[in-house]
Design a protein around this ligand. Structure first.
Ligand SMILES: Cc1cc2nc3c(=O)[nH]c(=O)nc-3n(C[C@H](O)[C@H](O)[C@H](O)COP(=O)(O)OP(=O)(O)OC[C@H]3O[C@@H](n4cnc5c(N)ncnc54)[C@H](O)[C@@H]3O)c2cc1C
Length: 457
């Protein structure tokens, strides 16, 4: 018989709560320490990004924990991007072929609550008001602080899993013990959230089943629906003045300056945000970064997952989806290896190249969202992409589909997207329509360069 197996999770956010559920159901003794208070008692004190786009990778992970139905009951379907042009025109660009290929807007707080309930039902022990402060890896002990009164609590552990997000305290402790090869690249753009409330009749003020985008070249606004008929608007802007003279957070020193920017660049959005000045003044300006580590674990004593291991910029809407995929992969490796160090190593070997691929794709997608979605070349390439997908359904699969509606490894999606991008660019160069495209040559190139994709996902 195997020895009793216990794991101590740091962070009861999205990844921590899901992982606790998956592990507790497999018979692990799971303790989860979270720095905030219990959101079931005092309401959710999220802090950032009120809603998130949930895609197939995330939904698959939720299904493993029987959480999908509860989460989907509060999710709002987004069929595509609704592009808002400067002149007020709008255009819906579908993400997939039909309503089987859509993404879902979910509320971070509701999702977290659902997952916490499941974790506790599965037998995980949740400890709130416990902020990891210090770890003694040699003595297998840690100190946690209750920030309400500063009281310190000592615990022992067999192994720690860090699901404590981008600013991970466990990562800092591991790095101090044995360097992880850490590099953080801060984006020179930040974000701020605003709210579109329901219309006076209680309904949504704009099309609910879309992710709205106001692309403006080097900056943009987006809006995602919430099931209480509001939208969360996120403005992405350079942090500081740049050579191009773009608007930037440093120069928007008060709500009036920000309002003037909206009146100029996001004129159709401004009247939808009645509490603009109050939202602007109250909501913090968020920073965005890509975190890369050479090592994710300290032998069998500690491992990082989710944002703690690979925080990324949010432009592909995959950070949570990737963190959920981590949870499923880790549970599988723990099933397959009796030895924790072997399980952690196998997990990191599998996930590191994939996290790195989605981090790159997320950076690339910022350019696409803010600059390309209203560009005729881009739209022609999308038309050709759809046509090639119809001609070669198992070989030429659109980039967005591979990342969002499938579960093939991110690294494979990235490599295939690069090959496909060259094919699309070569075939549309100098054209403003698909008439005259040499389909025979294109078909031959697709057959030569793109092997059929595995159909397991
Ligand atoms: C603006 C924005 C928009 C985004 N949009 C999307 C999207 O549309 N789709 C998507 O998939 N992803 C999106 N993401 C990414 C997503 O938010 C993260 O990838 C996801 O939250 C990662 O989950 P996590 O559990 O690793 O970390 P978190 O969700 O950050 O959870 C970490 C938890 O650890 C706790 N904690 C922190 N420090 C300690 C400590 N010292 N001791 C104990 N507990 C601690 C925190 O309180 C928190 O509960 C977005 C991110 C941002 C910033």
């Amino acid at each position: 018989m195997r020895a009793p197996r216990s794991l101590t999770l740091i962070g009861a956010g999205l990844a921590g709560a899901l992982l606790a559920t998956l592990l507790a159901r497999r018979g692990w003794h799971v303790d989860v320490y979270e720095k905030r208070g219990d959101p079931r008692v005092q309401g959710y004190a999220g802090g950032r990004s009120i809603n998130l786009a949930l895609a197939e990778r995330g939904r698959h992970a939720l299904r493993q924990a029987d959480a999908d139905d509860a989460v989907m009951a509060q999710a709002v379907m987004m069929r595509g991007r609704m592009v808002h042009f400067l002149d007020g025109r709008q255009q819906l660009q579908r993400y997939g072929r039909d309503d089987s290929e859509v993404i879902w807007s979910v509320h971070r707080g509701d999702l977290n609550l659902t997952l916490l309930r499941l974790a506790e039902d599965a037998g995980a022990r949740l400890h709130f008001h416990r902020r990891l402060e210090r770890v003694d890896f040699d003595g297998l002990g840690a100190t946690l602080v209750d920030d309400r009164d500063g009281a310190r609590h000592a615990i022992g552990f067999d192994a720690l899993i860090g699901a404590d997000g981008a600013g991970s305290a466990l990562r800092a402790a591991m790095n101090a013990h044995a360097p992880l090869g850490e590099r953080s690249d801060f984006l020179d753009h930040g974000y701020k959230e605003l709210e579109i409330p329901p219309a006076p009749d209680g309904d949504f003020r704009i099309e609910p089943n879309a992710l709205h985008i106001w692309p403006r070249g080097r900056y943009m606004c987006i809006a995602l629906p919430n099931d209480e008929k509001t939208f969360t608007v996120t403005l992405f802007l350079p942090n500081a003045p740049n050579a191009e003279g773009d608007p930037n957070f440093a120069e928007l020193t008060d709500p009036a300056a920000a309002r003037a920017l909206f009146a100029r660049d996001f004129a159709d959005a401004l009247p939808l945000i009645p509490d603009f000045d109050a939202d602007w003044a109250a909501n913090p300006q968020g920073q965005l970064a890509t975190l890369r580590l050479e090592r994710w674990h300290l032998d069998g004593r500690a491992l990082l997952i989710g944002d703690a291991a690979h925080a990324m910029v949010p432009f592909h809407g995959q950070g949570m989806n990737c963190a959920f995929e981590d949870c499923v992969a880790l549970a599988r490796h723990l099933d397959d290896h009796a030895d924790l160090e072997a399980a952690f190593a196998a997990f990191a070997d599998e996930r590191r190249p994939n996290a790195s691929a989605i981090q790159e794709m997320a950076l690339e997608n910022y350019l696409e969202m803010r600059d390309r979605v209203d560009d005729p070349d881009f739209l022609l390439q999308r038309e050709l992409e759809r046509a090639l997908h119809d001609r070669h359904p198992d070989r030429f699969v659109p980039h967005y589909t591979m990342v969002t509606f499938m579960r093939i490894p991110y690294a494979l999606a990235h490599a295939r997207s690069e090959l496909q991008r060259h094919i699309l660019e070569d075939a549309t160069r100098g054209r403003d329509a698909l008439d005259g495209v040499d389909w025979d040559a294109l078909d031959a190139r697709v057959l030569r360069e793109l092997a059929p994709l595995p159909d397991d996902a």
